[in-house]
Ligand binder design. Structure first.
Ligand SMILES: [Zn+2]
Ligand SMILES: [Zn+2]
Length: 361
């Protein structure tokens, strides 16, 4: 498979347009027509990962954290040069993979045995648009189908969502036009349907093209308006339920065991070590900024990278299980998903990976 084809596949899982504006995702080393037959999945592209990829003849690394994050003025980094020399490409799937339904937090919820009930935050890098197009009744189904295929009409866990109203459209075709209905210079009143739908910014170009390709009019009346809210399909962090409630300390032990973490840090927020927990908020990676979103909605919040003061101020019990261990589960999930597509993949082994990231002495 070519990298360009693989990127299309990965974009279905985690559209690059969902990444936040400060992020850097997508193809970072290599060319779209390079082959991707043997893929290594990792959270980070460290020098050890580069050496491992060269030694084991991988031709693509998919990393959660961007390999190239800050802009660079020259290509003198030995790790970049080594990868380029061996024709090993790098793709980053970062905040786009954090916010999708089958992404980082979904994998974490699965490992922790949670039944997902909601999201913590609607934050993504995408803008949501309301679209509206006027169509003659005979063409409505064909046009609606085309824009749905192009990605419009997805709202949360529903797709093909639209609103249709019978309307009367008016127009007068001016000189030089080729009207589909009526004659030049004549004021027309026609039956039309207004098709309304929602579309995420990363599908907007495809939807505009679908309208241009499938609408019978020379100049369709079509409007897009940015809305204030975001698509509930995407967002950071999840809330889920345990089958059976546990004592807070027992749950902390359970998290440590399930994530294979060397330790976890528990902040009880004065709730008592034996308080019962059943509704769990989670955010893989650095979730400190979501503590306020989890407060009042869950019995405990599991994340990584919580700083001292954020912890002290938290009114919800916290389990700090580490950035690395709360995100590692997505690699196994990606591995399974890609193997189902007959793509040769493997995960950079936990023991090799964690030594680079968490040298505990
Ligand atoms: Zn992440
Ligand atoms: Zn991360």
């Amino acid at each position: 498979m070519k990298i360009s084809e693989l990127l299309q596949l990965l974009n279905k899982l985690a559209p690059q347009g969902l990444a936040t504006s400060w992020d850097n995702v997508g193809l970072q080393v290599g060319l779209p027509d390079w082959q991707a037959d043997n893929i290594l999945l990792t959270l980070d592209v460290t020098q050890s990962v580069v050496d491992y990829a060269i030694k084991n003849k991988y031709n693509l690394i998919i990393s959660h954290h961007p390999f190239i994050f800050r802009p660079i003025n020259s290509v003198t980094r030995p790790d970049i040069l080594a990868l380029a020399k061996h024709n090993i490409a790098v793709i980053a799937m970062h905040t786009n993979l954090d916010v999708v339904p089958e992404g980082v937090n979904y994998a974490l919820a699965e490992v922790l045995g949670l039944k997902i009930t909601g999201r913590l935050s609607d934050e993504t890098g995408s803008t949501w648009y309301h679209g509206s197009v006027m169509v003659p009744p005979l063409y409505i189904d064909k046009l609606a189908e085309a824009i749905h295929i192009a990605g419009a009409g997805r709202i949360g866990l529903y797709d093909r969502c639209s609103t249709r109203h019978d309307i009367t459209g008016t127009f007068r075709a001016l000189e030089g036009s080729s009207p589909f209905i009526g004659k030049q210079g004549k004021f027309e009143k026609v039956d039309e349907i207004e098709l309304e739908f929602m579309v995420d910014s990363f599908n907007l170009t495809a939807v505009k093209k679908a309208i241009a390709d499938n609408h019978p009019y020379e100049t369709p009346a079509v409007y897009f308006t940015v809305v204030e809210n975001t698509n509930p399909a995407y967002g950071l962090g999840l809330i889920g339920e345990l089958d059976i409630g546990m004592k807070l300390t027992a749950f902390a032990e359970y998290v440590k065991y399930k994530l294979k973490a060397p330790y976890v840090q528990l902040w009880t927020a004065d709730k008592g070590k034996t308080s019962e927990v059943k509704t769990i908020a989670i955010c893989g990676g650095a979730g400190g900024s979501l503590i306020h979103k989890a407060t009042g909605k869950a019995d405990v919040f599991v994340t990584g990278d919580i700083n001292y003061h954020a912890m002290l101020e938290s009114k919800i019990p916290l389990i700090n299980a580490g950035h690395f261990y709360t995100e590692y589960p997505i690699l196994n999930k990606l591995n399974i998903m890609l193997k189902e597509q007959n793509i040769e993949t493997s995960v950079y082994p936990l023991k090799k990976h964690e030594i680079n990231n968490n040298l505990l002495i």
